[in-house]
Every structure is written in C-alpha cells, then in structure tokens.
Design a binder for this molecule. Structure first.
Ligand SMILES: Cc1cc2nc3c(=O)[nH]c(=O)nc-3n(C[C@H](O)[C@H](O)[C@H](O)COP(=O)(O)O)c2cc1C
Length: 175
C-alpha cells in the first residue's frame, strides 16, 4: 500500500466493506452529509435518476435482513440506505440503462462519504435479482416507478478494518 499525503485519495484507498457495526447511532449531520455526497455523483445528461430511503427503524432493518440473504448485517446496523433508480427520470433508447451507472456512482459516493466520517458500510446487491427487489418493494411499499437497486447498511465499524491492496499493474496497458 503506498502512502499518500492527499487525504481524499487516502480515503478512497483505505475504504473497505464494513459488515459488523457498533450500536452507536449515526449523527444526523453525518446522514445529511452522506446523502449530499450521494447526490453529488455525476449522471448521464444530469438526470439524477435516483431516490434514497433512509431506514433507521430497528424492526424494519431486521425485516430487511430477514428477506435479504446477503444483507443479514442490516439487522445490527444503526441505519441502512436503500438506493433506488427513479424510472420517471430514466433516459430512452440506447441510454435506457445508463441509470445503473448513475446510481452506482451515487452508491460509491455513499461508501466513501461514510468512510471519510469514520463510519463504514457495505453495498448489498438487490438489482438485478428480481426476487430481492420484489421482497424489498413489498416490505417498504415502494412505488412502481422506483427500482430498488442496493441496500447499504451503515454504522461505526465494530473493529478496525484492514484495507486490501487491489492494485494490479497487469490490468493496465499504457499506449
Ligand atoms: C455490485 C456489488 C454487489 C455486492 N453485493 C454484496 C452483497 O450482496 N453482500 C455483501 O456482503 N457484500 C456485497 N458487496 C461487497 C463486495 O463483496 C466487496 O466490495 C468486495 O468483496 C471487495 O471488498 P471491499 O469492499 O472491502 O474492498 C457487493 C459489492 C458490489 C460492488
């Protein structure tokens, strides 16, 4: 792992998925900052085709963990953000699936903002698994125009995280 003096780059390089959380609540100002970071992501034609549910209700978090086999950690997280695509803002034709890239950029911003604030989170996959999307839609009574994309449980890490060095020079060709 290289040492960087730039704290933004360091934040990117030291982010890890966090799946175990301390019970400490996430300050309201941090939730706001995370959502602002999400909505600062770039989007095709500046459509911003997203909608975010912030789930803090313990029973709802437990129910989400109950229906999502790969998001069991949501049960013990102080909050989770459900990232949705808003189909009323999707582009058309060849660009009709660009929204996936848009909400993915927002999701990465959520993870990076959480990490910058001393929190941690993990991207858990809903889209394109229809069964998971349907289960979450039913549970939260999500309108048909919204597409549940992923669920990101967030909280203070229960233990220190060790970042992985994923840099692979062999995946780069310079021309
Ligand atoms: C599209 C996508 C789907 C993922 N789905 C899940 C998931 O359902 N459950 C989970 O625990 N982690 C999930 N992850 C997290 C990855 O397992 C994790 O990012 C990867 O192992 C690399 O670890 P890191 O995030 O600590 O760098 C997902 C990540 C991405 C980008």
């Amino acid at each position: 792992m290289i040492t960087l003096s730039n704290e933004i780059l360091e934040n990117i390089l030291t982010r890890t998925s966090v799946r175990r959380f301390s019970p400490e609540p996430v300050p309201e100002g941090d939730i706001d900052a995370i959502l602002r970071a999400a909505m600062s992501a770039p989007t095709g034609v500046n459509r911003r085709p997203w909608f975010f549910y912030v789930v803090e209700d313990k029973d709802v978090l437990a129910s989400l963990a109950g229906v999502l086999p790969y998001a069991k950690m949501a049960k013990d997280a102080p909050l989770a953000i459900l990232v949705c695509g808003d189909s009323s803002r999707f582009l058309e034709g060849d660009d009709s699936t660009l929204w996936v890239q848009d909400v993915s950029a927002a999701s990465e911003n959520i993870l990076l903002a959480a990490h910058a604030l001393g929190l941690g989170g993990v991207w858990t996959c809903l889209y394109p698994h229809q069964d998971r999307m349907d289960a979450v839609r039913k549970l939260l009574d999500i309108p048909s125009a919204l597409v549940p994309f992923n669920l990101i449980p967030i909280g203070y890490p229960a233990a220190p995280q060790k970042p992985m060095d994923k840099y692979s020079p062999d995946r780069i060709k310079r021309i």
